[in-house]
Design a protein around this ligand. Sequence first.
Ligand SMILES: [Zn+2]
Ligand SMILES: [Zn+2]
Length: 342
Amino acid sequence: MQLDRGLVLAEAKYGHRDNKGHYKPDKRVGYPPIFVWPLKPVSALVWIFSIPGYFLPWNLFYVFVGLISWFYLSPPLEAYADFNLEIFLIAFARNSFLVGLYFGAFHFRLYVQRAQELEFKFNPRWPSNKSKQFMFGNQNLDNITLTFASGVTIWTGFEVGILWFASNDYISVINAKENLFYFIAMVFLVHLWRDLHFYLIHRLIHFEPLYSLAHRVHHKNVNPGPWSGLAMHPIEHLFYFSCALLYLFVPFHPAFIIITLVHAGLSPAPGHAGFERIKTAENKSFDSDSYAHYLHHKYFECNYADGIMPLDRWFGTFHDGSEEAQERLRKRLKEKTTKVRS
Ligand SMILES: [Zn+2]
Ligand SMILES: [Zn+2]
């Protein structure tokens, strides 16, 4: 594929194009210095508070949106005590608003305005609006329909359901002022829980029959855009948002059910941006943190987790984007096929 020379030059500081025109970052996917041996306490502490780091820019943003959603955009806990359509619709409207705004902003900037054209876009083609694979023959329409009709509905169902348990005293709820240390500890740990949960359910849905039945729908997006993030089969949404079930077993502040679900609901937007870097000005751009998951969409059997805990490295499914990692993947898949056949 012939690409504009200006584009190749503009990207040269961060990556290059292969002979099919696909953008490959020079950086390697890596893990932060926290789950390492020997321990590196100073590096870990620096990473937690640096930008980019554990909290900034993404995780703290989701905590912030979750807190605003609970304290300013939700009915009081008592209102969740009966199952009623009004509460569901209020929560559904708020979640839809967040999704529309957040996913829509990435999509509008990168795919409608095409503000940086193909600069840093992994796949040199734009998502298809003429493909029989997708509902309505259009990737974006298919993705948006699945996101709202199934994704936001099931997300809201988990929220309303768990808060119903809490408001009826079937599960324990903590008071933030009386348990400040615990509250802050949860702000630290919620992202690790999401990471672990996502890895576990993601590996599970890669097994048959769950893959063919459900996860295949998400993997149709080999050239993902922001809306591909929550484009899943309803069965996958049930697994995906089940991260909130933690609160049936662990005492919590109600804000955390919202924070956990907001994290699950919004984080797929940058994670599926389709661009390694997002430009904010002519010579300024930031990392969308989507390379590891892009490799998962491209090669399927690698990078099931998404970042902090080195689960893929521990379980031999890590792909850092290098030729050596690609060779290891090829070997692993060959062994798997041989095993299945014998
Ligand atoms: Zn994905
Ligand atoms: Zn997958």
